[in-house]
Design a protein around this ligand. Structure first.
Ligand SMILES: [Mn+2]
Length: 513
């Protein structure tokens, strides 16, 4: 999927504490321990034996091994992520203000969305919450609290209460009692108690900074509680924790890299098979259905985004997802598709001639893009920023297009600016749990080992550009997913053919059938 090239995104990653108003109370006697004891009896699961709100090693051994919370990711890794988040927030705060403070970090889960009365959309968990908890249930919330010591934090999961009627319809919920063991947290309480818990925390701890993202709420229920909490007399100092979560998510662990590789393998093979299946007269919708089927049959939960399947000049519409036209004999298809595999996304674009043979003009543009992409991937040995890669792409495309005579030497406009008219989108974004991963991380920082990025040069010849007729309407993009390592870039999507000869070969396979 392509991302807008927005220079505003470059604005500082630095966070400044927004201090709204101080009103500290330090001497209130009511302690946390008493609060939780009050509510503890409600947490126990009286309904049944062991039933959980998500797959576990005992209920789904084909997916999850002992010690893991989600496929391939250990409980201890989730605990480390929480610890590192707390450490980075504490360190940042000490940097801003030498007086050490206590911290209260609140990360809500996603909530169920409905397409119409009682008909839910497929649920997708909030990535930040999933990254820190491993919990797949909606309408829950993770709270991390600190004392003054770096190494001492307390993780509390707030879960939906057991409810036999709801569970009859929607399936089991993880009880608070089971939650502690399943997620490796210190405590679990019903989400209905969140407001009361926060109040008790402030009464017994006084001065604390609240880390909650008021600017982009993800769950209305939790957001209402948080706004009420902010309006109480206890605390008025808050900041969003999201930048800190994204900085952690930016660098993938070995387990995450394995999942990314698998996600890329599935999408690569699915796209190659879909190219083989296609032939003139097929609809964009059938191509979409084929790639969706292939990804799911290979183990992906679903596609990572609505795919672009654009025949002919529809490829000039960067986010074309109508996918409702017939692809005719002389057209190319641009398909941008990827899948989500146990929470990790792939993102690939291939462009191929529907009849299996590029025209000479299509071949010229294709080879320009393939050469540009190859050199951009090699440039990753130098650990440039994503914005550096974009600059490099524009100058490479500019030179190529000038050599082919598609753009004339201009004395008023730089070649980079002219090339930009042929490729209006950025050449790269971070990739991970989300397709446009960790969007709060700017694209002007140098890439580092452990990051996964896309490299996706494109050329779009829309009607506003003056070029020979044979080039008009063409839209080509080649997109691959690249893991950055200390030894250089690794193409995770290498199972998806991309050379001109290989593309023509697989695109020819179904022509006579
Ligand atoms: Mn992309």
């Amino acid at each position: 999927m392509t991302a807008v090239n927005c220079n505003n995104l470059l604005s500082a990653v630095n966070v400044h504490l927004r201090i709204l108003k101080y009103d500290w109370t330090n001497n209130l006697p009511l302690g946390l321990r008493r609060c939780s004891n009050l509510t503890k009896s409600k947490c126990y699961d009286k309904l049944s034996g062991k039933a959980f709100g998500q797959p576990t090693a005992t209920t789904h051994p084909h997916l999850i091994k002992n010690g893991e919370i989600t496929p391939s990711i250990q409980r201890s890794e989730f605990q480390e992520r929480r610890q590192r988040l707390v450490e980075s927030i504490v360190a940042h705060s000490l940097n801003c203000d030498k007086n050490s403070k206590k911290h209260l970090i609140v990360i809500p889960s996603a909530t169920k969305q409905y397409m119409s009365d009682k008909i839910p959309y497929v649920f997708r968990q909030n990535s930040d919450f999933l990254y820190l908890s491993g919990c797949l249930e909606p309408d829950s919330c993770l709270v991390l609290t600190t004392s003054n010591s770096l190494n001492n934090h307390h993780a509390i999961m707030f879960m939906r209460e057991k409810d036999s009627h709801s569970e009859l319809w929607d399936g089991p919920r993880t009880s608070c009692e089971d939650c502690v063991n399943l997620f490796g947290v210190e405590q679990a309480l019903p989400v209905a108690e969140l407001g009361k818990y926060l109040e008790c925390y402030m009464k017994s701890n006084g001065q604390a900074i609240l880390w909650y993202d008021f600017l982009s709420p993800v769950q209305r229920n939790v957001d209402t509680i948080m706004k009420e909490f902010l309006n109480t007399k206890f605390n008025k100092m808050w900041e969003s924790p999201i930048v800190f979560v994204h900085r952690l998510r930016l660098i993938k662990s070995p387990a995450e890299i394995c999942l990314m590789q698998k996600s890329c393998d599935i999408a690569s093979e699915a796209i190659a098979n879909t190219i083989s299946f296609s032939k003139p007269g097929v609809t964009e919708h059938q191509i979409f259905a084929h790639v969706d089927y292939e990804c799911k049959m290979k183990g992906a939960e679903y596609l990572a985004y609505p795919p672009v399947v654009a025949g002919g000049n529809r490829a000039n519409i960067i986010h074309y997802i109508n996918n409702n036209q017939i692809v005719s004999n002389d057209e190319m298809v641009l398909m941008d598709a990827g899948c989500e595999y146990h929470g990790y996304s792939s993102d690939i674009t291939r462009t191929w001639p529907i009849n299996g043979k590029f025209t000479p003009q299509q071949a010229i543009i294709y080879e320009i893009l393939l050469d540009t992409q190859k050199r951009l991937i090699e440039h990753c040995y130098n650990f440039p920023s994503l914005d550096d890669l974009f600059e490099s792409m524009c100058s490479m495309l500019g030179k190529h297009l000038e050599e082919t005579g598609l753009i004339r030497k201009s004395y008023t406009e730089s070649i980079v600016r002219v090339a930009y008219k042929f490729c209006p989108h950025h050449v790269s974004h971070y990739l991970g749990m989300d397709v446009h991963d960790t969007p709060s991380v700017p694209r002007n920082i140098r890439i580092k080992p452990g990051m996964v990025i896309t490299i996706e040069p494109g050329i779009y010849i829309h009607s506003g550009l003056k070029v020979p007729n044979e080039y008009q309407g063409m839209g080509i993009r080649i997109e691959d997913d690249i893991l950055i390592t200390s030894d250089g870039p690794v193409v995770l999507t290498k199972r998806c053919p991309n050379t001109l000869a290989d593309i023509e070969k697989i695109a020819s396979e179904n022509q006579r059938a």
